[in-house]
Design a protein around this ligand. Structure first.
Ligand SMILES: [Zn+2]
Ligand SMILES: [Zn+2]
Length: 415
């Protein structure tokens, strides 16, 4: 995986005309017919600023009388077909949008064996591997024809010259889009949730959809953008997730949408935002879309976030407004010891987590509505109900009556 262009230093061809080098080149050409690329490549670290082909030509002119005729035994004529490989690579790239690329080669066993054999005979002190030359030369051609640049670190795509299958393959890196989403409708999970019964194959229980729920935030947003990018699949990476039956309001929840194997990578995001929002009215909305790098996924996943929830609460017995207010006041600044809720203990480790409540306030009393600002990861339904004593303290415990969440909304996620 190397298609670096050598630095443009002045030619120093005299270095190749040294007696030791000539002797070594002679050993090589006595093995059999060899092309200029393969001969020159054995001395790639000498005479900077030249192509291997040029190095080969220089050595050939010195050793003219001793050369054997015929197809190169090392590469089996690969470098004669070099143009064909470059054209095939350019052909394969048609229809893909990219700014940067890298060329890699999968070498077949015969070439590797030949190369090792030659190095045993003539030494490898000045040599460069065959695939490094092929990568670089094809890379130079692609740069020249497309005006795009080779990038070792983070190419948009990798062109793979597969010498085994004689095909050019593409490895296309994902596009990542950061944004925030709001969810206006209850009953929609954040990501696609496979049917528990059939694990996605399709069965009676899931009506042969393979899914627990007909739609998800991931599929709704993804459905509006996947085809536009010509991608294969979209994956939503969220900064935490709300309950299925909770809406996500306020400033929305940060997420990164990954589009795998896209053909296009530079769509106008304002336009895309409008498209997503038009197509998913009353369900999901996105805002602040921007292109980001892959690291953004880990960043939003690991960020410490504070969340603000709003809950409609039902109380088993009547309580006085002042008692409700004072119970909420008692929760401000409290560290909640929360054992994994009964409703999720089948899929999460049963342990006690400590999470802080930063603010708790009464929004309305007639139908009690409360708002909590707290650490991410605190289960609000259990903060209110107490979960049979598994969450301490709780609103229920402080009021001395059973309390239950009727409706839950996330109104802010702050990173
Ligand atoms: Zn060759
Ligand atoms: Zn099923």
């Amino acid at each position: 995986m190397n298609n670096q262009i050598p630095p443009q230093l002045p030619f120093r061809t005299e270095a190749l005309e040294n007696a030791d080098i000539i002797a070594s080149a002679r050993t090589i050409i006595h093995e059999g017919p060899i092309c200029d690329n393969c001969l020159g490549r054995q001395f790639a670290k000498i005479a900077s600023g030249l192509t291997n082909e040029k190095r080969g030509e220089i050595l050939r002119s010195v050793l003219e009388a001793e050369l054997k005729e015929g197809k190169c035994w090392l590469c089996n004529g690969l470098f004669e077909n070099f143009d064909a490989w470059a054209l095939k690579a350019l052909e394969t790239l048609k229809g893909y949008e990219f700014d940067s690329f890298l060329v890699g080669t999968k070498v077949n066993g015969m070439l590797l064996e030949n190369e090792e054999l030659l190095w045993e005979i003539a030494g490898a002190a000045y040599a460069e591997p065959l695939k490094a030359e092929l990568n670089r030369e094809v890379g130079k051609r692609i740069e020249h024809e497309t005006g795009k640049i080779a990038d070792f670190d983070r190419p948009d795509l990798v062109v793979i010259l597969n010498l085994v299958t004689e095909a050019v393959e593409l490895q296309i890196n994902s596009v990542f889009i950061y944004g925030r989403y709001r969810k206006f409708k209850r009953g929609i999970p954040q990501t696609k949730w496979l049917c528990r019964e059939c694990r996605g194959k399709g069965c009676d229980r899931c009506d042969f959809t393979g899914k627990m729920y007909a739609e998800s935030v991931e599929e709704l947003i993804g459905g509006s953008i996947l085809e536009e990018f010509g991608g294969v699949v979209t994956v939503l990476h969220g900064s935490g997730r709300e309950d299925i039956d909770a809406r996500m309001l306020g400033s929305g929840r940060p997420f990164v949408m990954e589009i795998k194997e896209p053909k296009l990578r530079e769509l106008d995001l304002k336009w895309l935002e409008n498209k997503v929002n038009d197509e998913n009215k009353d369900k999901v909305e996105v805002l602040e879309l921007q292109y980001v790098k892959r690291e953004a996924v880990a960043k939003i996943k690991n960020a410490k976030v504070d969340k603000t929830y709003r809950a409609v609460v039902s109380l088993k017995t009547d309580v006085l407004e002042e008692d409700l207010r004072s119970a909420l006041d008692n929760l401000i600044g409290a560290v909640i010891e929360q054992r994994t809720p009964l409703r999720v203990v089948h899929r999460r480790a049963d342990l006690v987590r400590k999470r802080k409540v930063y603010d708790a306030r009464l929004i309305s009393f007639e139908v009690p509505i409360v708002e909590f600002k707290c650490d991410g990861g605190l289960y609000i339904k259990e903060l209110i109900s107490g979960d049979n004593g598994r969450t301490i303290p709780s609103l229920s415990e402080l009021l001395g009556t059973e309390a239950e969440v009727k409706e839950l909304d996330v109104v802010d996620v702050a990173i």
